[in-house]
Design a protein around this ligand. Structure first.
Ligand code: GLU
Length: 309
């Protein structure tokens, strides 16, 4: 076998082991796997285990086995965010040394009262920079925030096209570390992807609004920017948020046993692809190979929706 071209992407799937996969997270895994493999690239798996209290024992193993059952094999050993704490600390200290980060004593309620209006499409309130000039006397540190840029941050999403956001208007100075010392997802993910050489981030549309924050941190830390592709979200009936209870895909539950190929075909169709009818009943490997040969990012629909069997 010849080695992949130097420019072939390094993609990744980064589930949080807080529960089993569901049809929506599996759609992201399949999309990210195919976009990496189609371009002759590699695909990595990382367990996003930063949120320790929400983790459920055995879930990392369940996710790993589920990926195996669907033929979504990965390159290199699976990594975990918990291995990267030192890198988070170094980056945080660099930002602190540059005067870009400051301690904040505001509670969520105080921020909600001070902010003009909550944003309808995520629960981020633009932080009104109350503690930029220093915390009020006697306040305890509840978080550490990075000063947000006033200018626009833009990137070209492989599916969504050009996306721009003014951080100061969208979220304001945002949290990179909690008062208890834990690092925030926005900072961690930038370092995780960088440390493992990820060059292509494919994930759900629910994270689109976070991407400019991550690009901003990459700029501050002098890190290269990966390519981004945000995929439509699988929803429940009538566009409702997917209930995990009804949509789990779990090795331990065995609830898709023997029907893995049928689910893969449904996921391909959800992603706008048209696998031939002859693949009905085929093994996962054969279906994925069809995807490697035929997957077109331009066919992915603009809107998500229910997964049709
Ligand atoms: N761990 C995150 C999740 O499960 C995904 C992080 C990412 O893809 O950047 O929602």
């Amino acid at each position: 076998m010849t080695s992949p071209p130097l420019t072939s992407p390094v993609g990744r799937f980064a589930p949080s082991p807080t529960g089993a996969l569901h049809t929506g997270s599996l759609a992201t895994a399949v999309g990210s796997w195919l976009l990496a493999r189609r371009a002759g690239g590699r695909w990595l798996v990382r367990m996003d285990d930063l949120d320790t209290p929400r983790q459920v024992a055995g879930m990392a193993d369940d996710i790993r086995r589920t990926l195996e059952e669907f033929g979504l094999w990965w390159d290199r050993e699976i990594t975990r965010q918990s291995d990267n704490q030192e890198a988070y600390r170094d980056a945080f200290e660099r930002l602190l040394g540059l005067g870009l980060v400051y301690p904040c004593g505001c509670s969520r309620r105080e921020i909600a009262q001070a902010a003009s209006a909550p944003h309808p499409d995520d629960d981020t309130l633009p932080y009104p920079a109350t503690c930029r000039g220093g915390m009020r006397g006697g306040a305890v540190v509840r978080s550490w925030r990075v000063r947000a840029a006033d200018g626009e941050i833009c990137f070209d999403d492989l599916r969504r096209g050009r996306v721009c956001q003014v951080l100061a208007l969208r979220c304001g100075d945002f949290v990179v570390r909690r008062g208890d010392g834990g690092f925030a997802y926005q900072l961690a993910v930038v370092l995780d992807d960088h440390l493992s050489g990820v060059t292509q981030v494919v994930r759900g549309d629910d994270l689109l609004a976070s991407t400019p924050r991550q690009i901003y941190l990459q700029q501050l830390l002098g890190l290269p920017r990966p390519r981004y592709c945000h995929l439509p979200l699988v929803s429940g009936p009538g566009g409702a948020k997917l209930s995990k209870r009804d949509n789990l895909v779990s090795h331990h539950l065995g609830n898709w046993k023997g029907r893995e190929g049928a689910l893969l075909l449904a996921l391909l169709r959800f992603l706008g692809q048209e696998p031939p009818g002859g693949l009905a009943g085929a093994a996962c490997g054969e279906i994925l190979q069809w995807g490697v040969d035929n997957f077109e990012v331009g066919r992915i629909p603009a809107l998500g929706g229910e997964l049709k069997p």
